[in-house]
Design a protein around this ligand. Structure first.
Ligand code: F6P
Ligand code: MN
Length: 345
């Protein structure tokens, strides 16, 4: 491990490649430093009880845990003073305005999957880095394809940083002895041989027919149109699911469903779907709502949700095909996604 290239050297080389790059490199470095602190906090068993305590609700109505709040504070402290024009977080109702001359804007989900904290399962930090637009008020209304960089950190048995700077995906692992991240896997590619699907199957009765049809095909295995068998996985932590898909392929779905409040699924476009879609596409996979490419969408509001299907391209394409099937589409019960408030640029 000690001979592997270090994240800071990788960022140093990248920072010479464009006018935005020094600010992007500084932000990624700061997030990596913050993640070492967050990993320490999560790894302290003694704190785990306190970490699981619920402190209230965030602006989107999710239960907010002590550790959500602490992770948010650590990230904001580490990012303070950098040339960042606006910082958005799942834990803040509105973006925080920063350096007016800053060339980049950053959106974070400080602790994804935090309902897993008290059961000692993998959680993570997600980030998206965008260029500052002419009107900084539109910072987080850009389409996902405008992102300059995106990444996530998983706090599991290893603390791993998955990073795209727009030219492929690299995975760095925290070398705890030297306190720095080192390259573990470069140019990661999602396998096309998809053998696992991930969805919260408890919601089956609320799904739209195209989603039900897709999962039925997976369950039918070699006896159905997919013509091969699948395993099912559901960790309840987006970062862990996408890490698995980057490692051995598969498809993840959090679709819209008929439950009140789930008409656009559960995951947030700006700081969950956009960065994950950028990473997945950079690794050769696909990310879609079932009808549209995630990176073509732009949010109208900061905490806006979006149905999300991502992973191995063939499976994502199959979900899209089923959404176009006139027989299945005609019986969609949840309000049509096409009526929802996204900018299509
Ligand atoms: O951030 C939302 C999140 O915790 C994701 O990490 C995860 O994929 C999802 O919610 C789990 O949702 P549910 O509890 O509905 O299965
Ligand atoms: Mn999250």
């Amino acid at each position: 491990m000690t001979g592997q290239p270090r994240l800071d050297d990788h960022l140093q080389r990248y920072s010479e490649t464009s006018s935005h790059a020094p600010a992007v490199a500084a932000a990624v470095d700061a997030i990596a430093m913050a993640s070492i602190e967050i990993a320490d906090l999560i790894g302290t068993g003694e704190l785990a009880d306190a970490a699981g305590v619920t402190t209230g609700h965030n602006s989107d109505g999710d239960l907010q845990r002590n550790l959500d709040v602490q992770a948010d504070a650590i990230l904001r402290r580490c990012l303070a003073g950098l040339p960042i024009a606006a910082l958005a977080s799942e834990e803040m109702r509105e973006p925080q305005i920063g350096d007016r001359e800053g060339r980049i804007c950053v959106a974070i989900d400080p602790l994804d999957g935090s309902s897993n904290i008290d059961v000692n399962m993998t959680v993570g930090t997600i980030f998206s880095i965008l260029p500052t637009p002419d009107d900084p008020g539109l910072a987080f209304r850009q389409r996902g394809s405008s992102q300059l960089a995106a990444g996530f950190i998983t706090y599991g048995p290893q603390t791993s940083l998955v990073l795209t700077l727009g030219d492929g995906v690299d995975i760095f692992v925290l070398d705890r002895r030297s306190g720095c991240f080192r390259l573990a896997r470069g140019a990661v590619q999602i396998s096309e041989a998809c053998e696992e699907f991930a969805i919260n199957a408890a919601n089956r009765r609320h799904w739209d027919p195209p989603v039900r049809a897709f999962v039925d095909e997976c369950l039918a295995g070699v006896e159905g149109p997919a013509n091969h068998n699948f395993n099912m996985r559901w960790i309840g932590s987006l970062v862990a699911e996408i890490y698995r898909i980057l490692t051995r392929g598969g498809v993840f779905l959090y679709p819209s469903d008929a439950r009140p409040g789930y008409g656009d699924g559960r995951l947030r476009l700006t700081y969950e779907a956009h960065p994950m879609a950028f990473i997945v596409e950079q690794a050769g996979g696909s990310a879609s709502t079932g009808r549209e490419r995630i990176l073509d969408l732009a949010a109208q509001t900061l905490h806006q949700r979006v149905p999300l299907v991502m992973g191995s391209s063939n499976e994502v394409r199959r979900v899209e095909e089923l959404h176009c099937d006139p027989l299945l589409a005609a019986s969609v019960s949840a309000p049509l996604f096409a009526r929802r408030g996204f900018f299509r640029l």
